[in-house]
Write a protein that binds this ligand. Structure first.
Ligand SMILES: [Zn+2]
Length: 260
């Protein structure tokens, strides 16, 4: 498996996922067809057969109809009937093949009710990647536009149940701002500090890993004492024992108004 990031718009990522054995490829959120098609001119040996849409927001899904007009018979996968050009609705854990790769849709609602992540496994090399859209970012998560803290907790738990060496490819380059928030929540977490120092010098911070997220991402660490105490201190009126879902909801609110 090969994953080629294609930066689009201000800070979005589209991706090209390639099965190296057969040169079969899928496009993840090709929101700006002009940019993605230009990129593909340099990879003319690829057989593009699918679009994997993470959610219906315009900056992820609006390129689908134009992409479909360029590739006859292309399958447009997604989990929300608001996705433009959708041809093939997916179900949780119902895998399909991309050449010799296996793609497993994981329903991860909350940012939108139809948010879907795609876990891709290469049985030949053992390589693993997950495309998380606006559900999981490096050191952060998406806003709860159409869901609750309970749903985000469940969705993040689904993603954290993947193997630790799974590469994480998210929908936006938000890493530096996310890590500044993470450092404010857990000032003594050495993994957060190390990643923050590293990220200051990177233009692109993808991919992360699932194992790394467990160490640095406050939104998957709402059960950790330092995170809970920090949130309680910021909010002011919480009493112990803290409820991890309540902590997660407050974390999201604090991040919404955090100035990095
Ligand atoms: Zn979105």
């Amino acid at each position: 498996m090969e994953v080629l990031p294609v930066p689009v718009l201000e800070d979005n990522y589209s991706y090209v996922v390639v099965d190296k054995a057969t040169r079969t490829a899928a496009l993840v959120d090709p929101a700006v067809p002009k940019t993605v098609l230009e990129f593909l001119k340099h990879h003319t040996d690829l057989n593009v057969v699918a679009v994997l849409t993470t959610h219906h927001h315009w900056d992820h899904a609006n390129g689908n109809p134009e992409i479909a007009s360029h590739f006859a018979g292309i399958q447009i996968y997604g989990a929300d009937d608001r996705i433009p050009g959708l041809t093939t609705p997916v179900s949780h854990n119902q895998s399909f093949a991309l050449g010799s790769l296996t793609v497993t849709p994981l329903l991860t609602p909350c940012h939108t009710r139809g948010s879907c992540s795609y876990y891709v496994h290469d049985p030949a090399s053992g390589a693993k990647a997950v495309f998380t859209g606006d559900t999981l970012f490096i050191a952060g998560c998406g806003r709860f536009f159409e869901g609750t803290a309970e749903q985000m907790h469940a969705s993040l738990s689904t993603l954290m149940s993947l193997p630790d060496d799974t590469l994480v490819y998210c929908g936006h380059e938000y890493t530096l701002a996310n890590l500044k928030f993470a450092a404010s929540v857990e000032p003594t977490n050495p993994a957060v500090q190390a990643k923050l120092q590293w990220a200051r010098h990177q233009a692109q911070t993808i991919p992360g890993t699932i194992g790394d997220e467990k160490q640095i991402n406050p939104f998957v660490r709402a059960h950790v004492a330092e995170v809970q105490h920090s949130v309680a201190q910021a909010v002011g009126n919480l009493s112990e024992p803290y409820d991890a879902l309540q902590i997660l909801a407050h974390l999201r609110n604090l991040k919404n108004t955090f100035k990095a």
